[in-house]
Every structure is written in structure tokens, then in C-alpha cells.
Design a protein around this ligand. Structure first.
Ligand code: NDP
Length: 308
């Protein structure tokens, strides 16, 4: 197994070639749209061209360069081939830092202080104990799990919601469809750390927002397609929701005329919550190539039936 194709229609992944060849000089690494990509045995992907795997008869491994695989699977026939993703402690640590900032933004009422600054208003917001501020984490996987392991130690009341039941120390857990509304009703700050699947697409919609207590806020660090933007804008305009921190968007970059840029109470960041280093991604791809060569089980393989 010696040919690797770097496949993306939205980014130039050629920077992986020297990283892969530095460790395995025997690999032939080609970058889309080089036609040689279609002869590759390994596809390393971010937003690959639609239907491309079906045109790669020698393909044996599909590897995302990220934690998520939604854009690696969308519009593709994976033909039952293994699909792997990146799992990395530094990636989880970056997400923890981002979520912590968003928690502080709302819990310590920095959103109010910043809005007041724009009008030169000096007004100390009254503060609230962390124990009285309920953070609701949607998704308790590699990323949500670290956030869940950290926030209780900082005094926060933390609720978690996952697909399957879990028992996590210091966390009030909910799961599945039955647990969703009870989870939302007890959440002051809803943090989405879900993978994008058919079950989670559009989950941050008017029904979800209506079930949150009045004055709640939302953080989306999953995928843009989790959020129904018009529903968020309506919930903010009505005063039911207090604000939102958004890192991911259906169309990235977010168009300059998109209303979310200018919706009061919304903080927009450019998909920067966290990212694995190129070196880490290359090392994980190389390790899985070696496992495939040796006939060993792959690591961080995605369950295609679940979609994550
Ligand atoms: P994991 O696969 O490790 O964890 C996913 C979690 O979501 C699990 O707890 C899972 O439940 C839960 N889940 C999945 N489907 C459902 C559902 N239908 N209902 C309820 N819970 C569900 O993912 P990671 O933590 O590694 O990553 C999560 C996502 O974060 C990525 O897929 C990606 O989209 C996003 N991301 C964003 C980044 C950014 O910079 N903004 C960077 C990196 C990732 P269960 O435990 O029961 O399986």
C-alpha cells in the first residue's frame, strides 16, 4: 500500500505530502485534482470531491484529517471501506479552552459588559455562583467528555446528553429522545459538541430553543448544519434566548452579508475552536496505513451505521 491521495475540493492538502514522506519516503503522495489520485489506496480527506471513492478501485482506507467525518461521508459511496478520524488529546484540550471561554462569557455576564461598553455605560452586572449556572453538554465523546470532566471542578452545575446512557462523575446525565426535553429544561447554557449525522442535523431549532429556560444561551462548536440559523435569530429577537457563541456555519467562510454577523447577542468565530496539528494528523494516518499493511485493527475507526 504505497499510494496516498490528498482529497479536498475546498482546501489544498498538499502540505501533508512532506510530512508523510518524511516518515515514509516510499509513499507516493498525490493531491487532488491530480488524476493519479484515482489510483490511490488511501484517501486522506476534508470535503472530498463528490462520488470520488467510487472512482478509486484500489482504495482500501478513507481517513479524515479531522475529528468529524460528516463531510468525508456526505455524497459518497464508501463501499464498506474503513473510515477513520483523528482523536487527539490536544484537540480536546483546545475545545475545552474554547468552551470555557464561552461559559465565562455568559456566566460572568461579559456579554452584557461588552454591550454596555459600546454605549459607554458603566454598570456592574450582578454575578451568580457557578453552582447556579447550569451548563448542558450535548455530546459526551472525546471532546464533550473532557469538558464534562473539567467544568464540575470549577464549580459549575453540569448536565450531559448523549445517545446512549452514560454515568459520568459529577454530571447529571440524560440520554436519547426521552431525555432530551428534561435535559433542555434544566440548561442555562446549551453547548453543542455533537457529530453531524442525520439524527443531529438541525437539532438546534425552534423546538430546542423553546424548551430552554427563558434567558438561556447557546454555543455551537459541532457543525453549522446543527443550527437552524433563522430559528436562533427569531429566539434572540423575541428575547427568549440571551445570546449565542457560534464557531461553525453551514457555509464557511460565513458570507459577509449573513445576518448572524450582525445579530445582537451573537459572537461569531471562524471555525477556530480547535484543530489537530498537521504533524498529529500525518502520524495518525501513517499509523493506520502501517496497521492495514500488518493486518492489524485500525484505530479511531468510525461506525458507519451510526455515522460517527
Ligand atoms: P465523538 O464521536 O467522540 O462523540 C460524539 C458524542 O455525541 C457521543 O457522546 C455521542 O453519544 C453523542 N451523540 C451522537 N449522536 C447523538 C444523538 N443522535 N443524540 C445524542 N447524542 C449523540 O465525537 P468528538 O467528541 O470527537 O467530536 C464531536 C464533534 O465536534 C465532531 O464530530 C465535529 O463535528 C466537532 N468538532 C468541531 C471542531 C471545531 O473546531 N468547531 C473541532 C473538532 C470537532 P454516545 O456517547 O451515546 O455515542
Amino acid at each position: 500500500m504505497n499510494r496516498v491521495a490528498l482529497l479536498s475540493r475546498s482546501a489544498n492538502l498538499a502540505y501533508f505530502q512532506p510530512l508523510l514522506n518524511a516518515v515514509d519516503p516510499g509513499l507516493e503522495v498525490v493531491t487532488w485534482p491530480d488524476p493519479a489520485c484515482l489510483r490511490a489506496e488511501v484517501a486522506v480527506c476534508w470535503n472530498p470531491p463528490p462520488g470520488v471513492y467510487a472512482r478509486m478501485p484500489a482504495l482500501r482506507l478513507i481517513h479524515s484529517i479531522a475529528a468529524g467525518v460528516d463531510n468525508v461521508l456526505a455524497g459518497q459511496d464508501t463501499r464498506g471501506l474503513p473510515v477513520c478520524r483523528v482523536v487527539d488529546p490536544m484537540l480536546a484540550q483546545g475545545m475545552l479552552q474554547y468552551v470555557l471561554w464561552a461559559v465565562l462569557h455568559f456566566h460572568r455576564k461579559l456579554d452584557l459588559a461588552m454591550a454596555n461598553q459600546r454605549q459607554a455605560v458603566w454598570q456592574r452586572p450582578c454575578q451568580q455562583a457557578a453552582a447556579d449556572f447550569r451548563v448542558g453538554l450535548m455530546g459526551l465523546g472525546e471532546l464533550g467528555g473532557l469538558v464534562a470532566a473539567t467544568l464540575p471542578g470549577l464549580g459549575y452545575a453540569v448536565n450531559g446528553w448523549s445517545r446512549t446512557p452514560r454515568d459520568l462523575p459529577g454530571i447529571r446525565m440524560f440520554s436519547g429522545a426521552d431525555g432530551y426535553e428534561p435535559f433542555l429544561r434544566q440548561t442555562d447554557l446549551l453547548v453543542c459538541l455533537l457529530p453531524l449525522t442525520e439524527a443531529t442535523r438541525g437539532i438546534l431549532d425552534r423546538r430546542t430553543f423553546a424548551a430552554l429556560p427563558s434567558g438561556a444561551a447557546v454555543v455551537n462548536c459541532g457543525r453549522g448544519e446543527h443550527l437552524v440559523a433563522e430559528d436562533l435569530i427569531d429566539a434572540l429577537a423575541s428575547g427568549h434566548l440571551r445570546g449565542a457563541v457560534l464557531d461553525v456555519f453551514t457555509q464557511e467562510p460565513l458570507a459577509p452579508d449573513h445576518p448572524l454577523w450582525r445579530t445582537p447577542g451573537v459572537v461569531v468565530t471562524p471555525h477556530m475552536a480547535t484543530m489537530a496539528s498537521s504533524e498529529t494528523v500525518a502520524a495518525q494516518v501513517l499509523a493506520n496505513i502501517q496497521r492495514l499493511r500488518d493486518g492489524q485493527a485500525l484505530v479511531n475507526q468510525v461506525d458507519l451505521a451510526r455515522g460517527y
